[in-house]
Design a binder for this molecule. Structure first.
Ligand code: DAH
Length: 358
């Protein structure tokens, strides 16, 4: 640091050697200062009120006129040069400090790179849904969508389940605090999309609607309160039960493989008549009987049937002119059967050790 002892310099103007020494020392100090904060302290030590430079400046007042002018110019030039040096150093340090901060924040990703960690991929359920969509697109179906928040009308009434219909109680629903009491709910089945498609009145109609459905079920190995279904509806002239059976057989083989067969068993659904449950060969034992299929050789996958005339006429479609079939099954269940997953809850636990297997 320059000599800051003010007493020593009080009265006299600096010689040119003294000025040169002051500049040289100040330049060294500036160059040796490594932090922005310290640099501001250097600035005030060099030019503050108690600095050598300020003492020299004060001495100007008592100096003879000719010396005063020359010395004043020299002092100002000295100050300008050193201020410029200080500013340059501030700029350089700011750049260096920023670079150091960036370096400190840098993430070392080399481990990830050398381990070859890949980007993520679609969830198993999304993969199966996409496969199903491809299969039905290949069969000439369109992919449709409907809202998850659905009116009671679409979810039940228009599907031939008027209020107090006993079949409603099989699908204990999440009603929403919207509109009239129990008039909106999280749809309990994707069958509600059938009604929206029929309402378009663009016939013939061949569509599937994959999506989420919700029921007030306690999660266990086979149930989740939010799950996935795919709904299908075909409405055309002269659609028969044989068309339905052929369609189910065809997509079952496409979803699984040719050794997996389907069969239909009489059942009841309010929106189809006749109705059937459809089952597929147990993938675990190939049909010979095991624990998974309770020794029957078959696993139930979904429901289907010929669209009930009431459903068609409520939607404004003439059941004398048009007939149709519908089906619906669980997408999560297809994933479980295909990959022999024992507990449906594995699908939502987000454990990467599970997810990366698919
Ligand atoms: N919606 C029914 C359920 O969730 C499944 C179903 C049965 C869909 C028969 C259909 C059908 O389209 O025809 O249990």
């Amino acid at each position: 640091m320059p000599d800051l002892d003010r007493e020593e310099h009080r009265a006299s103007l600096p010689s040119s050697d003294e000025l040169a020494a002051f500049v040289a020392e100040a330049e060294q100090t500036i160059a040796a200062t490594g932090e922005l904060r310290q640099l501001e302290a250097v600035r005030s030590e060099l030019f503050g009120r108690s600095s050598v430079w300020s003492a020299w400046k004060r001495a100007l007042g008592g100096a003879p006129g000719d010396q005063r002018r020359e010395a004043g110019l020299a002092l100002n030039a000295t100050r300008d040069a050193l201020e410029a040096a200080l500013d340059a150093r501030v700029g350089a340090l700011a750049v260096a400090e920023r670079a150091a901060a960036l370096e400190a924040d840098r993430l070392d990703l080399s481990e990830a790179a050398t381990r070859g960690w890949a980007a993520g991929h679609l969830h198993l359920v999304s993969q199966v849904r996409t496969d199903l969509e491809d299969i039905f697109l290949g069969m000439g179906y369109e992919i449709a969508e409907g809202p998850e928040v659905e009116s009671d009308e679409h979810n039940f009434t228009a599907l031939n389940m008027p209020p107090h219909h006993p079949a409603r109680s099989n699908q204990d629903s999440f009603y929403l605090d919207l509109g009239d009491r129990e008039s909106f709910l999280l749809r309990s089945q994707t069958s509600s999309v059938q009604i929206r498609l029929l309402a378009r009145k663009e016939l013939p109609l061949y569509a599937v609607a994959p999506g989420r459905a919700y029921r007030r079920d306690t999660p266990d190995a086979r149930h989740l309160p939010a799950f996935h279904q795919i709904e299908g509806i075909a409405v055309d002239r002269n659609v028969s039960f044989a068309d339905l059976a052929g369609t189910v057989a065809t997509f079952t083989e496409a979803i699984f493989h040719s050794a997996i067969k389907s069969r239909l068993r009489p059942a009841y659904f309010p929106f189809t008549e006749p109705s059937a449950e459809y089952e597929v060969t147990c993938v675990v034992c190939g049909g010979s009987g095991c624990r998974t299929c309770s020794n029957t050789g078959w696993i139930e996958l979904g429901g289907c049937g010929l669209v009930h005339p009431n459903v068609l006429s409520m939607a404004g479609v003439d059941p004398e002119e048009w007939s149709g079939f519908a089906f619906g099954f669980g997408i999560d269940r297809v994933a479980m059967i295909r990959y022999q997953i024992e507990d449906i809850r594995s699908l939502i636990e987000n454990d990467v050790r599970f997810l990366t297997q698919f």
